[in-house]
Design a protein around this ligand. Sequence first.
Ligand SMILES: [Zn+2]
Length: 336
Amino acid sequence: MDDRYSRQIRFQPIGEVGQEKINSKHVLIVGCGALGSANAESLVRAGIGKLTIVDRDYVEESNLQRQQLFTEKDVEEKIPKAIAAKKHLMKINHHVTIHAHVMDVTSLTLSELLHDVDLVIDATDNFDTRFILNDTLQQQRIPWIFGSCAGSTGMSFTIIPNETPCLRCLLQSMPINGSTCDAAGIIGPAVQMVVAHQTTEALKLLTHATNKLRANYLTFDLWNNLFQTIDMGRAKNHDCPTCGVNPTYPALDYQNQLKTEVLCGRDTVQLRRGTNLSLLDLAKRFESFTSVKQNDFLLSIEYLNYRIVFFHDGRTFIHGTNSITAAKKIYYQLVG
Ligand SMILES: [Zn+2]
């Protein structure tokens, strides 16, 4: 093994044997924003054999504050994040095989990406995609590492099918803060902290050091000096529709997925979730950065150049665009 990985090999728990394992593995990173680009960089420097990156978005100026792989030139040229990331990663370590995909991860597209994947890292910005990951990876018995951050807070949990509770079990036993970085803002160190945990768990999994995996749910708030791990030993629900005895994988059911539709002649896109929206929670979240108009049936805000109306029954109108891609992006920025 050349000098390149000598310090990592000298780290006894990895050693030559662990390094060879890392060099032979394939990781899929879903999302290439702040979490995705930092995880990708760490794994490429560590000598991962193959990396697949998938992201639907392109690089914008507001990304540069924390999305460490991107440059002003990427912003100028509106380069898709997955492509820009691949370009920079190849310069860091040309031995790694990198596949970049510019696309939306859905229950259909995800399966095609999973061929020979050993591990998936969650770097998405929304729970629709995370539930699709949760069901699909449980079904295919592929481990994955959940991660999320907003403001100065973050959380992470390592999910091993058949062993740990899944994301659905976790959310049933934990009220997880649904804030997004567009609503709550974000500082770079919150990203780095989540990534440090995700990449370390990834290295343990890839070197088969499974006895060292963190079984706890991790949550922290760097600004307020809070750091907590919560025991999830009892969180596994035997009736869970994802990881229980009779799984139905509800997130893979078309009925439950986010539906989109352009409303002809109205310069509006409608998005529809299978579940109701809590207008009260949304109002609380939006009040910090925009004025909220509300009645018994709906809630309306102005955001960027759009007017957005949320209905209690799970529908949302984004006025000011005919683009489903743009509408979904705004929706996930606001709702997560
Ligand atoms: Zn479960």
